[in-house]
Design a protein around this ligand. Structure first.
Ligand SMILES: [Zn+2]
Length: 67
């Protein structure tokens, strides 16, 4: 039964890295994988990388409002 459940995992495309992952969180209608989530948490707000993530998420939240 355990292997059956694993096969039924839903794979979704992460809005940050655009890779298909099975584990992650949902923000509005979008999916963020656990890898990107943990990177975002670790990234300092003064880091240019953080701005990149925020920009990606801004698009996500905007599309969520208009849908
Ligand atoms: Zn990701």
């Amino acid at each position: 039964m355990g292997s059956l459940l694993a096969k039924n995992q839903i794979w979704e495309t992460c809005v940050i890295c655009e890779q298909t992952k099975s584990a992650g969180i949902h923000l509005y209608t979008s999916f963020i994988c656990t890898d990107c989530e943990s990177i975002m948490i670790k990234t300092d707000t003064s880091d240019p990388k953080y701005k990149y993530y925020v920009e990606k998420l801004r698009k996500v939240t905007k599309s969520g409002i208009y849908s």
